[in-house]
Design a protein around this ligand. Structure first.
Ligand SMILES: Cc1ncc(COP(=O)(O)O)c(C=O)c1O
Length: 431
């Protein structure tokens, strides 16, 4: 597969042109990577009006993923806003969403003034189990224009998108999937790529699980009719200075994916499965996660997730995410699984910790998400905030998944949950 963006920038850099344009470094290697950082000069195409090398590269990505695919240099966050904007353009203003939605969904709902109904589940706030029957009941009750789910979620849990899309189709509801953590799903021995399983649109962060620079992501769309809105939607939320370094990495990832990635991924998964088996046999409890995540339920092993992450740090291993209950590790083709296995097996199990998170109760809503985010607010310590409406998202990043959503009333249960997850101060609506 060719790499038109990389080729153009390399040729431009090799030409020693005087760069009388942005960026300010002019390609001079003061930091070390400037020479390949250009802007939308003649021949370099323009991300949101692509008809040259960027279009060619996006076409390469589209052929790899088997559906119209568009680049984002501002992560899945930008794609989530774009998907929801497209849904709104099509008159789908009410969205039925899994409660474990990422912050980008909430801020998009505020910006676009969407009406959101939540699907709650008994799982951790990071997961949302959605059954076919449960979803159908919710659709009949709320009559949404679109269903929005997060799969995989931060712990690695996945939804049955085949079953969900069947219900969505039956009720003529769009299905939008936040697949930020699953950019590699298309290349599994059996594809779990949401568009292959019936989703209308999905985002995927190439930078999370593929060798791409941070910020590189895809907006995947089922068909050309919906895809005709993609550039306009992405442009609405994107910077007018998209990063050419990120574009080059997306361009190069196409080549990488076309050079035996599927086989390399299969081999990695086999190795990871074997390792997960060994860990289980040695007393570890693992969360049922997608292949490239190892999610340790550390309390069963005698540690909080945060303590466990600290031990791993002392062994030169940095995890993706840790909270009181879980330590999440994300592996890739270049990960040294032998080292990881050895390190994990060298940690002595202790008596299990039997303190569990408070069950998050369904909150009362005082204001819409938009009203809450746009309202005057003030800071409040958590144990004095009860009874007020939450104004802005109070969360840690990662995982950037809210315990309580803006506009909801802070109940005694919400206070307990915030305290459990170490959030001490929040913003409440002040008038
Ligand atoms: C589930 C989920 N969705 C969306 C995003 C946003 O992705 P990005 O960082 O690529 O904008 C994240 C980021 O961590 C995420 O975890």
């Amino acid at each position: 597969m060719n790499t038109p963006i990389c080729d153009f920038v390399k040729k431009y850099n090799d030409s020693n042109f005087h760069r009388l344009h942005m960026p300010g470094h002019k390609g001079a290697p003061l930091l070390g990577f400037e020479q390949y950082d250009i802007t939308e000069i003649k021949g370099a195409d323009a991300l949101y009006e692509a008809n040259g090398i960027i279009k060619e590269s996006e076409d390469n990505a589209s052929s790899l993923f088997g559906c119209p695919t568009f680049y984002s240099t501002e992560g899945s966050s930008q794609c989530i806003r774009a998907m929801l904007y497209i849904a709104k353009l099509l008159g789908r203003n009410k969205i039925l969403a899994g409660r474990n939605a990422h912050k980008a969904f909430i801020t998009a709902a505020a910006l676009l003034d969407l009406e959101v109904e939540w699907i709650f589940s008994n799982a951790s706030y990071l997961s949302c189990e959605i059954s076919k029957e449960g979803l159908e009941q919710e659709i009949i009750k709320h009559r949404p224009g679109a269903v929005y789910i997060t799969s995989p979620d931060y712990l690695g849990g996945t939804s049955d998108i085949n079953a969900i899309s069947e219900i969505c189709k039956k009720h003529k509801v769009l299905l939008l999937v936040d697949c930020a953590h699953g950019a590699y799903f298309k290349f599994l021995p059996e594809s779990l790529f949401p568009v292959d399983l019936g989703a209308d649109m999905c985002c995927a962060s190439a930078h999370k699980t593929l060798p791409c620079l941070t910020g590189g992501a895809y907006l995947h769309i089922k068909d050309e009719a919906l895809a005709s809105y993609a550039k306009m939607a992405l442009a609405l939320f994107g910077s007018t200075s998209p990063s050419f370094l990120i574009l080059q990495s997306l361009d190069k990832v196409n080549e990488y994916l076309s050079l035996g990635f599927k086989d390399k991924l299969s081999a990695l998964i086999l190795k990871a499965e074997r390792m997960k088996k060994v860990l289980r046999s040695k007393g570890y409890t693992l969360y049922e996660a997608e292949p490239l995540k190892i999610t340790l339920c550390t309390k069963a092993y005698g540690y909080t997730g945060i303590e466990f992450a600290e031990i791993l740090r002392s062994k030169s291993i940095e995890c993706e995410f840790a909270d009181p209950d879980f330590t999440v590790l994300m592996i890739g083709i270049t990960s040294n699984l032998d080292y990881l296995e050895k390190a994990l097996l060298s940690i002595t199990p202790l008596a299990p910790i039997t303190v569990f998170p408070p069950k998050i109760e369904k909150p009362q809503r005082a204001l819409s998400i938009r009203q809450a985010i746009m309202s005057k607010n003030k800071k409040a310590v958590i144990n004095e905030a009860q009874g007020n409406a939450l104004a802005s998202l109070s969360l840690s990043c990662p995982p950037a998944v809210p315990i309580l959503v803006c506009g909801e009333v802070i109940s005694e249960n919400a206070v307990k949950c915030f305290e459990y997850y170490g959030i001490e101060e929040i913003e409440i609506v002040s008038e």
